[in-house]
Design a protein around this ligand. Structure first.
Ligand SMILES: *[C@@H]1O[C@H](CO)[C@@H](O)[C@H](O)[C@H]1NC(C)=O
Ligand SMILES: *[C@@H]1O[C@H](CO)[C@@H](O)[C@H](O)[C@H]1NC(C)=O
Ligand SMILES: *[C@@H]1O[C@H](CO)[C@@H](O)[C@H](O)[C@H]1NC(C)=O
Ligand SMILES: *[C@@H]1O[C@H](CO)[C@@H](O)[C@H](O)[C@H]1NC(C)=O
Ligand SMILES: *[C@@H]1O[C@H](CO)[C@@H](O)[C@H](O)[C@H]1NC(C)=O
Ligand SMILES: *[C@@H]1O[C@H](CO)[C@@H](O)[C@H](O)[C@H]1NC(C)=O
Ligand SMILES: *[C@@H]1O[C@H](CO)[C@@H](O)[C@H](O)[C@H]1NC(C)=O
Ligand SMILES: *[C@@H]1O[C@H](CO)[C@@H](O)[C@H](O)[C@H]1NC(C)=O
Ligand SMILES: *[C@@H]1O[C@H](CO)[C@@H](O)[C@H](O)[C@H]1NC(C)=O
Ligand SMILES: *[C@@H]1O[C@H](CO)[C@@H](O)[C@H](O)[C@H]1NC(C)=O
Ligand SMILES: *[C@@H]1O[C@H](CO)[C@@H](O)[C@H](O)[C@H]1NC(C)=O
Ligand SMILES: *[C@@H]1O[C@H](CO)[C@@H](O)[C@H](O)[C@H]1NC(C)=O
Length: 335
């Protein structure tokens, strides 16, 4: 009885080692659980990095489990599945491997403030659990991949400050959970798509500094939770959709340095009750500066200069800022 149990144990042990030997190319797999798909995808990610001057990926070696590699976070509920990749500000130079699309449990990608070049791979669209993509402040080029629209759980798409070109794929209009859409500081040379108004969860939208032209679509005023809007330094023309001035949640409204015209509604101080910053500088706005702005007690910075405004400066505004000259001034237009 006892001997047959020992035989069984021996048999299973041999079977296990035989299985490991034949089907796994890393012996560690027999002792620690791994998902080969995730491991190989990470190895491919590292292979696409050309330079890593500070050794950020030096822990990415075979003697460490990949869940312990720097910047890699694995799931608790699904052990050994990678859920987060955070290698921001690591001075990495290279391209983003298309094999990233195999990390099927990935929820967040933070690769901002590096020197990634080349395209954002379409394979990223396979990551349907993805909620956050931060690739800002790199040198990614080419177009915005339309397959991103398949990341239906995406909340944050932050691609600011890259070298992206071309149109904004219309498919992105289906990303109904998106709260942050940051596409500024690229070379998009596009128009602002009307479907932006369909992204009903949007809190923050940025198309600043990216060579956009055409009119600001009326549909943008459908974004009833919008807080931050940055459209500065483009070639936008026409008028600001009047509905935008009725979105009470907005606290930052910048359209500086465009070719916008028309007047500013007199009531904005009572509709934009949360407004902190307004940058209208460098357009062709006409009419008077609304006195109602003195009711916007949260106002911190405004610059209406270099326009065709007429009439006096509302003196109550001066009171708001505690001096009569500061209120028009702001040295720069934030990105
Ligand atoms: C590893 O991940 C792949 C892709 O998600 C999956 O098909 C496979 O079953 C996983 N393997 C293990 C051992 O969990
Ligand atoms: C990623 O998945 C694709 C398709 O299943 C496969 O061809 C490729 O080899 C995988 N990449 C890695 C690094 O395993
Ligand atoms: C693997 O990475 C760990 C952690 O950075 C390091 O201590 C170890 O020396 C590395 N092993 C090899 C073979 O490079
Ligand atoms: C990403 O990693 C950096 C450096 O370790 C850390 O400061 C930052 O908080 C991390 N970001 C997130 C979202 O976890
Ligand atoms: C961009 O990233 C670099 C590091 O690669 C950093 O030095 C720089 O401050 C970042 N720029 C911004 C605007 O965050
Ligand atoms: C992009 O998405 C389409 C379906 O919309 C799919 O057929 C294609 O394989 C995807 N491309 C990649 C590289 O994942
Ligand atoms: C941006 O793209 C242009 C061509 O499209 C290229 O000439 C330039 O070097 C790129 N700049 C960076 C910083 O990658
Ligand atoms: C917004 O969504 C509705 C409903 O899905 C659709 O009919 C409409 O075409 C979309 N608008 C734009 C500008 O894409
Ligand atoms: C506006 O358009 C002109 C002519 O096409 C171009 O030279 C200029 O760079 C554009 N300005 C911006 C901020 O995009
Ligand atoms: C915006 O608010 C003003 C003042 O309350 C109101 O007169 C106007 O009809 C509103 N406009 C829209 C488009 O809702
Ligand atoms: C400021 O708000 C009060 C109360 O809503 C209103 O009576 C007054 O006319 C407003 N002032 C301006 C300059 O709009
Ligand atoms: C508005 O900003 C510009 C530069 O962006 C600055 O030169 C100017 O002084 C500011 N306006 C006033 C009235 O000072």
């Amino acid at each position: 009885m006892a001997s047959s149990r020992w035989l069984l144990v021996l048999y299973s042990t041999i079977l296990m080692w035989w299985w490991c030997y034949c089907f796994s190319n890393i012996p560690a797999a027999c002792l620690v659980q791994v998902n080969e798909t995730d491991r190989l995808a990470l190895v491919a990610f590292k292979t696409a990095i050309d330079r890593d001057p500070y050794g950020a990926l030096s822990s990415w070696n075979d003697s460490m489990h990949y869940c312990d590699w720097e910047g890699v976070l694995c799931s608790r509920r699904h052990p050994h599945r990678v859920t987060e990749l955070n290698l921001s500000s690591r001075h990495l130079v290279g391209s983003l491997s298309p094999h990233i699309g195999n990390l099927s449990f990935l929820k967040s990608i933070y690769l901002q403030d590096n020197i990634f070049h080349g395209p954002i791979p379409q394979e990223i669209g396979r990551l349907f659990r993805l909620q956050t993509i931060q690739l800002n402040n790199n040198s990614f080029g080419g177009g915005i991949p339309n397959n991103l629209s398949r990341c239906s759980n995406l909340k944050i798409l932050y691609l600011i400050d890259n070298n992206l070109t071309g149109n904004i794929p219309a498919d992105l209009g289906s990303l109904e959970k998106l709260t942050t859409l940051g596409l500024g500081k690229n070379q998009l040379s596009s128009t602002i798509p009307p479907w932006v108004g369909n992204l009903s969860s949007l809190l923050s939208v940025s198309f600043g500094y990216c060579n956009m032209h055409g009119e600001i679509p009326q549909e943008i005023a459908r974004l009833r939770s919008l807080k931050f809007i940055q459209l500065s330094v483009n070639n936008l023309s026409g008028r600001i959709p009047s509905g935008l001035f009725n979105i009470s949640t907005i606290n930052f409204l910048a359209v500086a340095y465009n070719q916008l015209r028309g007047s500013i509604p007199p009531y904005i101080g009572s509709t934009l009750t949360n407004i902190k910053s307004v940058f209208l500088i460098g357009n062709s706005f006409t009419g008077t500066i609304p006195t109602s702005l003195s009711n916007a007690t949260g106002l911190l910075e405004i610059n209406f200069s270099i326009n065709d405004f007429t009439g006096p400066m509302p003196k109550d505004l001066g009171k708001l800022f505690g001096s009569s000259s500061d209120w028009l001034c702001h040295e720069s237009v934030p990105g």
